[in-house]
Ligand binder design. Structure first.
Ligand code: C5P
Length: 233
């Protein structure tokens, strides 16, 4: 896969104008955008259709966790808007993931990604909600990823650090989309290095999501080019 196809820019804005400004500035440099709950709530589905009409791919990060019937309905609407990726919480179980996958089948190219354990959760948070069986968050991430694959999901969203163990348990065709990547050279710390786009992809990620490091940069095109250069072979 060529670098540009792997890069997803997150449009985390509270208004359409700001999002469109970034899309216009990036122009042909960016082909894939993530729209989350903030921008969707602010701008509505028209913006999604607008991006698709401009030839962009859209990852609609709905983070669905609902009864299967409602999940299926939301996935169908996302599909009819022309989005390429939609997210569902694997903690909701097989029923809602299978419902999402079944609904997505009617839309060519619509892939369902599962969220496992959100990165802000610790082992103690897992214990608080009754997930006491997991010896570590990684074990829980892998367990949920296997469940998601069994339900037919096309891949998972995971941190760069989780990409390698996930690649070990998921099928070769599974998508691993990693947010939380740092711009190369942004920090000399070990953590930042392990989270560069190149490290994420060499660990097994298929796509990287980058947000503020590009969208809030003084020169978003230059920042995006840094990400792309990091992914060049
Ligand atoms: O931090 P940044 O602005 O690059 O975040 C871009 C996107 O990545 C956000 O929309 C957020 O949903 C996601 N993210 C995440 N986990 C992290 C960091 C970011 O899911 N640890």
């Amino acid at each position: 896969m060529e670098p540009t196809s792997r890069i997803i820019v997150a449009l985390d804005f509270d208004n359409r104008r700001a999002a469109e400004e970034v899309v216009d500035r990036l122009g042909a440099e960016c082909r894939f955008y993530k729209v989350g709950l903030e921008l969707l709530t602010a701008a509505g589905p028209d913006l999604i259709e607008h991006l698709v009409a401009k030839g962009k791919e859209v990852f609609l990060d709905l983070k669905l966790f609902e009864i299967p019937n409602s999940v299926a309905g939301a996935v169908r609407v996302a599909g009819s808007l022309g989005v390429s990726m939609v997210t569902v919480h694997s903690m909701g179980g097989t029923g809602i993931m299978s419902a999402a996958v079944a609904a997505a089948r009617d839309f060519l190219g619509l892939r369902v990604l599962a969220l496992t354990v959100v990165t802000s959760m610790t082992r103690s948070d897992l214990a608080d909600i009754g997930v006491a069986g997991a010896t570590s968050t990684e074990e829980q991430v892998l367990r949920l990823a296997r469940l998601a694959e069994g339900a037919g999901c096309h891949g998972v969203v995971a941190s760069p650090q989780e990409a390698e163990p996930l690649r070990g348990v998921l099928g070769a065709g599974a998508l691993i989309v990693t947010p939380g990547v740092a711009l190369p050279g942004a920090s000399s710390g070990e953590h930042a290095r392990s989270g560069t786009p190149r490290c994420a992809v060499s660990a097994g990620a298929t796509h990287v999501v980058v947000g503020r490091a590009v969208t809030r940069a003084a020169d978003p095109v230059a920042a995006l080019r840094l990400v792309r250069a990091d992914l060049e072979p």
